[in-house]
Design a protein around this ligand. Structure first.
Ligand SMILES: Cc1cc2nc3c(=O)[nH]c(=O)nc-3n(C[C@H](O)[C@H](O)[C@H](O)COP(=O)(O)OP(=O)(O)OC[C@H]3O[C@@H](n4cnc5c(N)ncnc54)[C@H](O)[C@@H]3O)c2cc1C
Length: 399
């Protein structure tokens, strides 16, 4: 069985001071990808992260949709999904009925394994430093990154890729506005089919059945030889159902998704249940000389809509391929130049799509008004009809 958790590389720089073009603070998905892209362009890059090896962490566990194109475009797809498991096809279901079945290009992989593969692909020229950044000094000409052990990096630009970490952003005086506190809950766990009832699918999604249940969907997909489940709900973490999910997971799931029983049978949860409360936040007053924010450091997304990595990859794509080469060719990287990146049409459109999708998904899942009821019925009916047409099409062509 392939190693489905992180591999990772060891730090290659113990220098007490170094001079680079770009210092990247945070070596998660965003920071590590940025380091690869910039080093390939010949830039001198330092990447700093607290962890030598990214630890197991419940975050994105799937690569899907536009993320595949963005990774392919930037020559990162093989790196990220090389050890991932192709999902193949997904059976989309609701209330015990099949909505549609689609062949998909999607890959299941644990987050630490994605970062491990990215770090292993860092060009040798990248100075990878393990440590906690404790101070940032920024200005129009030179930036300084100071680690808690005293090591320093001098750079022309800092990329802040610290994800949900708050410390560095606050030190720079960059605030975060909460769009919605505890917007959604995400749960991740591993399941196993009952001995005499093997799963009859490659991947399955079971969508919420009633708005009052406040469950968006359960997605089950392969990672290596295990079946992983991600469940998204719009509930309070103190809700009794959340406690029930930890104590009697199968019963708790079937109490809100009874129709899923037809596809999952008497499955067992065979791992601990990871849970996350997802608050939607956007950075404010972020425009300043010498520092640029990407990914979750700039704004967070709702995991239920799976747009976090799309936003992050769009940030990186625009920053590394369009703006950075231009900025570095023309002198200092001051705020007026950095403003072009934040105003980039593709970046803004992607951020807005993610924000809209988060609101839409929540309302369309839990909205109890007649309007949302009609909307839900039409939505699933349209999908079912498209599915019937797809199934009939080859037969009618053959006839
Ligand atoms: C439960 C859950 C499920 C999700 N599912 C999906 C999904 O299915 N699809 C999707 O597209 N998105 C999903 N997301 C969102 C996605 O995982 C994030 O958008 C993405 O991982 C953010 O990457 P990042 O590089 O911005 O941050 P991270 O990958 O978190 O990296 C931040 C790094 O900064 C480092 N760091 C922080 N502070 C310091 C410091 N002071 N000094 C040194 N290093 C520091 C940390 O160690 C860390 O390595 C999900 C998120 C969650 C929480």
């Amino acid at each position: 069985m392939p190693d489905i958790h992180s591999s990772g590389i060891v730090a290659n720089s113990q220098d007490s001071t170094c001079d680079v073009d770009v210092a990247i603070v945070g070596g998660g998905f965003g920071g590590t990808s940025t380091a690869i892209l910039l080093a390939r362009q010949g830039m001198r890059v330092a990447l700093v992260d607290i962890h030598a090896v990214y630890p197991p962490d419940f975050r994105a566990e799937k690569i899907a949709g536009d993320q595949i194109e963005l990774l392919r475009k930037n020559n990162l797809l093989e790196t990220v999904v090389g050890k991932a498991t192709p999902v193949g096809s997904i059976l989309n279901t609701r209330s015990g009925r099949i909505v549609d079945e689609r062949e998909v290009e999607e890959y299941g992989i644990f987050y630490d394994a994605m970062i491990g593969s990215l770090r292993a692909a860092l060009p040798e020229s990248v100075k990878f430093m393990v440590g906690r950044v404790s101070e940032l000094e920024t200005g129009s000409e030179r930036q300084r990154v100071i680690l808690s052990d005293g090591r320093q990096i001098n750079a022309r630009l800092i990329v802040l890729a610290t994800g949900l970490g708050d410390g560095m952003r606050r030190k720079l005086g960059i605030e975060r506005r909460v769009v919605r506190e505890a917007h959604s809950l995400a749960f991740g766990f591993t399941i196993q089919a009952a001995k005499d009832e093997p799963f009859g699918f490659s991947g399955v999604s079971a969508y919420g059945e009633k708005p009052g249940n406040k469950v968006d969907y359960l997605s089950v997909f392969p990672i290596g030889n295990i079946m992983r489940a991600n469940l998204f709900a719009y509930r309070d973490i103190r809700d009794a159902w959340v406690a029930e999910l930890r104590n009697n997971p199968r019963e708790a799931i079937y109490s809100v998704l009874p129709g899923a029983q037809r596809f999952l049978g008497n499955f067992e949860v065979i791992s601990k249940i990871d849970q996350r409360v997802n608050t939607l936040m956007v950075s404010e007053n972020y425009l300043r000389d010498g520092v640029v924010l990407i990914g979750d450091a700039f704004r967070t997304s709702c995991p239920a809509v799976g747009t976090g990595l799309s936003r992050l990859l769009t940030d990186i794509d625009r920053l590394c391929n369009v703006y950075m080469p231009e900025w570095f060719a023309t002198g200092e990287v001051h705020a007026a130049k950095i403003a072009e990146y934040y105003a980039d049409e593709e970046k803004r459109a992607c951020d807005e799509r993610a924000a809209h999708a988060a609101e839409y998904r929540r309302s369309s899942t839990i909205g109890e008004s007649l309007r949302w009821e009609v909307h839900r019925r039409q939505h699933y009916l349209r999908r079912q009809m498209r599915n019937w047409v797809r199934q009939l099409a080859p037969r009618s062509r053959a006839a």
